[in-house]
Design a binder for this molecule. Structure first.
Ligand SMILES: NC(=O)c1ccc[n+]([C@@H]2O[C@H](COP(=O)([O-])OP(=O)(O)OC[C@H]3O[C@@H](n4cnc5c(N)ncnc54)[C@H](O)[C@@H]3O)[C@@H](O)[C@H]2O)c1
Length: 339
């Protein structure tokens, strides 16, 4: 039986990767320090384990702590079969967070990634699949984004995620550790935190509309995003984990839908789904924001058969349904206190 470790397992994407593997009956270990992750996500992962009978074990550890990371990798290997693949999702995401406090995200994202690679190398892990970011492309001209473009990151966060990609490639070329970097484009879906100042736009707007609050759009709203449902990102991870090394090792792949939706259009679709009648509020653009994103996904298709099976509209429906189930009480309370 293959063995897997998911870093950032209490987070949005990491918890879905763990959940999906466990539902397939595969045992998984997770690592997280709960800096942005949630205990509720771990409860959901544990429920997935209980349903299939597969084992789940959590290491509560900080990626910045090299010894703790090495212990988690070692103990995962000892816990049943050899550890084969690490899905490295653990990081401090968010461009605005990295602008306000670059050192904290630098240490989590760069030192944390380095510690993980060192532990993987020391314990003979076969492959690391790394959560990279489309923000590495920056605001250069040229759409759709292709992996051969020279990255031009702007804010500290994309610089950090890009550094992780370079380290991934280096560990493949120098040490033969199979590494694959997946550049995610605006992932959305259930479990994305909606109520933090650093929340992704889809989650934040959904909760705000449910509470009767007018969402804010930075800029004129005509900037486009290649919004990608989390189930598509999970399938990309699982495919990249099992693809032959000669197709993926040391490489970078876009993970997206290959479609562009403006913020104005996204606002409209969400408003219709939630029967929200107010207009959006518009304010100035934010420093470091990406103007547009649209991916060419042909490399991931060719290398490991990736297909974004869940459309933008279907993803939005599933997302809204989940927030209504999870946050219905909060929304009702907000409605009750409104004049
Ligand atoms: N969501 C997106 O649209 C998107 C886009 C591009 C890249 N990514 C990348 O995907 C990965 C997952 O993102 P997400 O959206 O699920 O975010 P998230 O914040 O929900 O998950 C990140 C997880 O990492 C954990 N973590 C943070 N710092 C840690 C540390 N020092 N030690 C241990 N654990 C730590 C957090 O507690 C959290 O559980 C991240 O690497 C992120 O950079 C996400």
């Amino acid at each position: 039986m293959a063995r897997y470790l998911v870093t950032g397992c209490a987070g949005f994407i990491g918890s879905w990767i763990a959940d999906t593997l466990l539902r397939q009956g595969v045992s998984v270990c997770g690592l997280d320090n709960f800096e942005t992750g949630r205990r509720e996500n771990i409860a959901a992962v544990e429920a997935a384990a209980a349903a299939s009978g597969a084992e789940f074990r959590l290491f509560e550890a900080d990626l910045r702590d090299a010894d703790a990371v090495a212990r988690a990798v070692r103990d995962t290997s000892r816990h049943g079969a050899e550890l084969e693949v690490i899905f490295h999702q653990g990081a401090l995401p968010s461009v605005p967070r990295s602008i306000l406090d670059p050192r904290t995200s630098h240490t989590a994202n760069i030192d944390g990634t380095f510690n993980l690679l060192e532990a993987a190398r020391a314990h003979g892990v076969r492959r690391v699949v790394y959560a990279a970011s489309s923000s590495a492309y920056g605001n250069q001209p040229g759409f759709p984004r292709v992996e051969t473009m020279v990255p031009m990151p702007i804010a500290p966060y994309p610089v950090q995620k890009l550094m992780g990609e370079h380290y991934m490639r280096s560990y493949w070329q120098v040490y033969g550790l199979e590494t694959v970097a997946l550049r995610y484009f605006n992932i959305f879906g259930p479990r994305q935190v909606p109520d933090s100042p650093y929340s992704g736009v889809m989650a934040r707007w959904t909760l705000q509309m449910m509470q009767g609050k007018q969402p804010t759009i930075f800029g004129d709203g005509e900037q486009g995003r290649d919004f990608t449902f989390v189930g598509n990102a999970v399938s990309a991870n699982l495919l990249a984990a099992s693809a032959p090394a000669e197709r993926v090792a040391g490489r970078v792949f876009n993970v997206a839908c290959g479609q562009r939706h403006t913020l104005n259009r996204t606002f409209q679709v969400l408003a219709e789904l939630l029967a929200f009648k107010e207009p959006a509020l518009y304010t100035a653009e934010r420093t470091g924001d990406i103007q547009n994103s649209l991916a060419d996904i042909s490399a991931a298709r060719a290398a490991f058969g990736y297909e974004p099976a869940i459309s933008f509209e279907e993803g939005l429906r599933q997302t809204v349904a989940w927030y209504q189930q999870q946050y219905g009480d909060v929304a009702a309370a907000a409605g009750a206190t409104r004049p």
